[in-house]
Design a protein around this ligand. Structure first.
Ligand SMILES: C[S@@+](CC[C@H](N)C(=O)[O-])C[C@H]1O[C@@H](n2cnc3c(N)ncnc32)[C@H](O)[C@@H]1O
Length: 258
């Protein structure tokens, strides 16, 4: 798991993810008084923004399995209507107990979740009848960080373990298989730019919860990587990601015509 300094580094280095998350919040049309669950809230910046939007009559619960990130969130993202708990999406029954939510929000987390359909099914049970789910996640490993990871670990297995990337078609299958109605699903492409090699290394180390260790890369190999991919000193990570909105599927009651 992450150390406190790696959690801080994640918060500083994840501005692109935060920007995308703010767009997702804007799309969600969060209303005052709503009860919101933020699955995989990380260091809590977006969770705090949602808490401001729901106001004092609303409530927001942020959950994340990374204790260091939750500790940082609790220290820095305070509001009376905001609560953070250590917990994984796979254990929602334990962390969310018998609460029900108007909105389940999750920004760049589902690519860590292996059994997405099971988690979505569990989320159905936590939604209020008119509740909605908004998810944004990465569809495939960006080539640049794949190459970087293999410099530290030739198979990349140790560093990349835990990722569970899936494309738009697979996500649609999971949403519908979980008994949800898919309202919208889009695949998009984006580029995040790291101004220096150090910034890229620090962000990737933080994202992989410390599994990628820049010290494990031979200096000569790192220089070759920098020469090949540095663009005026900056590094561009090309990302393919999806976002979707879903609701509980309407229940049909077929009359017995007569
Ligand atoms: C890229 S960060 C995104 C954090 C936050 N949502 C944001 O947008 O800043 C991914 C987060 O997912 C969390 N995570 C990983 N596996 C998870 C799981 N199985 N259930 C819930 N969260 C998970 C990680 O600990 C990490 O904080």
């Amino acid at each position: 798991m992450t150390t406190p300094s790696v959690a801080q580094a994640y918060r500083r280095g994840s501005l692109w993810q935060k920007g995308r998350g703010e767009r997702l919040i804007a799309f969600a049309g969060v209303r005052r008084g709503e009860i919101v669950l933020d699955v995989g809230c990380g260091t809590g910046g977006l969770t705090q923004r949602i808490a401001e939007l729901v106001g004092p009559d609303g409530r927001v619960l942020g959950i994340d399995p990374d204790e260091a990130r939750i500790a940082l969130a609790r220290r820095t993202a305070g509001a009376p209507n905001l609560e953070f708990q250590v917990g994984a999406a796979e254990a929602l029954g334990e962390v969310a107990r018998d609460r029900r939510f108007d909105l389940v929000f999750s920004n760049f987390v589902f690519h860590w979740i292996r059994d997405k359909q099971a988690v979505l099914r569990a989320l159905c049970g936590l939604l209020r009848p008119a509740g909605r789910i908004l998810v944004q996640c990465v569809s495939s490993l960006p080539a640049l960080v794949g190459e970087l990871s293999r410099l530290a670990d030739p198979t990349g297995e140790k560093i990349l373990q835990g990722f569970a990337f899936e494309d738009a078609a697979a996500l649609a299958h999971h949403v519908e298989g979980a008994g949800l109605q898919l309202l919208l699903l889009e695949e998009q492409h984006g580029i995040h730019v790291y101004p220096t090699l150090d910034a890229l290394l620090t962000w990737w180390q933080a994202t992989t919860h410390g599994r990628f260790d820049p010290q494990a890369v031979e200096p000569a190999a790192l220089s070759r990587f920098a020469e090949q991919h540095g663009d005026g000193g900056a590094f561009r990570v090309r990302e393919t990601f999806c976002w979707f909105e879903a609701r509980l599927a309407p229940v049909h009651s077929w009359g017995r015509g007569g």
